[in-house]
Design a protein around this ligand. Structure first.
Ligand code: ZN
Length: 340
């Protein structure tokens, strides 16, 4: 009960990539880069274990970005043909590659680091992949010319990847769908159908992560426009409650998400964001415990996994692990109250 986990990414060591930035360039190439990624992955597992995290991740140490790490292994995408696109409904502009032909999967994207992670921890392993709708929102398209068709094709390719991850021994496969919080009608209309295609035939646990983004300025500015109560989750949770996805990973710490909306996820595991990734202040264990107790008014503790609001890739490394230690300490307070 109340097993702790994280949303996915962790800061990379300075010898792997430039610290405290998204899309950070790698410090090495070729075999040296492969070795540095391997070392960083093992280190990220060890640090999570030392911080008391029960369900660990590879920390996304082997990918430059949570979407493009997967795309780099797909044929039919021209990475030289970059288009500046307003993504997440024009919240920010990104340099996106272009789909120029039929999409096929050349090699697995993440099986190398999944195998390394599986070999170096006995704890349950959670592994994040980008969700189909979020991929479609982060790429230009000159071939399919239809967002739903494009998403369904990506969902098929993600399913191939997910089946391989499951065979390696990954316990939870999570699809990151920040786009669900932006395109509310489309998420319920076809976003969940695409997730169902991506998770088809999986016996391991499946999760969707829906957040308000990394703690970067465009996201912080966007949140300031959302008013006193953030109602985005309310639009998509009822459809998710009816879906075949087992878990919903969401943002709760330091946010204006009305906690009662968790009640809309009856029957699902709630991976509860109890650590804010948009501040440089380490939460106290008591603050973490308060977030968990608040959620317990709407979700039974057997169904809660305390976690981070979002990925921690752009944070200071020492700060990120201090926050994970606070997550464990706060969770321990609540477990003690419950006599577990
Ligand atoms: Zn996130």
């Amino acid at each position: 009960m109340l097993e702790t986990t994280i949303a996915g990414s962790l800061p990379k060591p300075f010898w792997l990539a430039t610290p405290k930035m998204l899309w950070a360039p790698w410090k090495e190439t070729g075999a040296a880069l492969a070795e540095a990624k391997r070392d960083a992955t093992i280190l990220a597992l060890k640090e999570q274990e030392d911080c008391g995290i029960d369900i660990v991740t590879d920390g996304e140490q082997a990918r430059q970005h949570f979407v493009h790490g997967f795309l780099e292994t797909i044929d039919g995408i021209d990475f030289g043909k970059r288009v500046k696109m307003g993504i997440r409904d024009n919240r920010y502009v990104a340099d996106c590659p272009t789909v120029v032909g039929p999409l096929t999967r050349r090699v697995s994207a993440h099986c190398v680091e999944a195998r390394i992670a599986r070999a170096h921890t006995r704890r349950k392993l959670r592994f994040a992949l980008p969700g189909p709708m979020t991929i479609v929102d982060t790429i230009a398209d000159e071939h399919y010319r239809d967002r739903v068709k494009l998403a369904m094709r990506f969902a098929e390719l993600l399913n191939e990847e997910a089946r391989e991850l499951q065979a390696i021994g990954v316990d939870v496969i999570q699809f990151d769908e920040p786009a669900f919080n932006v395109y509310l009608e489309a998420a319920a209309d076809w976003g969940i159908a695409a997730l169902h295609r991506a998770t088809e035939g999986l016996a391991c646990k499946t999760a969707v992560h829906i957040c308000y983004g990394y703690g970067i300025k465009p996201n912080i500015d966007w949140k300031a426009t959302l008013g006193g109560a953030w109602r985005q989750y309310e639009a998509v949770f009822p459809a998710l409650a009816k879906s075949r996805i087992d878990q919903v990973s969401l943002e709760c710490a330091g946010s204006r998400v009305p906690v009662e909306c968790l009640g809309l996820l009856a029957g699902k595991d709630v991976v509860l964001g109890a650590i804010d990734v948009a501040t440089d202040r380490v939460e106290t264990p008591e603050e973490v415990a308060a977030t968990i107790r608040d959620a317990m008014r709407f979700v039974p503790p057997e169904r809660i996994e305390p976690s981070t609001n979002c990925g921690m890739a752009p944070l200071d490394r020492t700060l990120a692990y201090a926050k994970l230690a606070a997550l464990s300490a706060g969770t321990a307070l609540v477990r003690r109250e419950l006599g577990r």
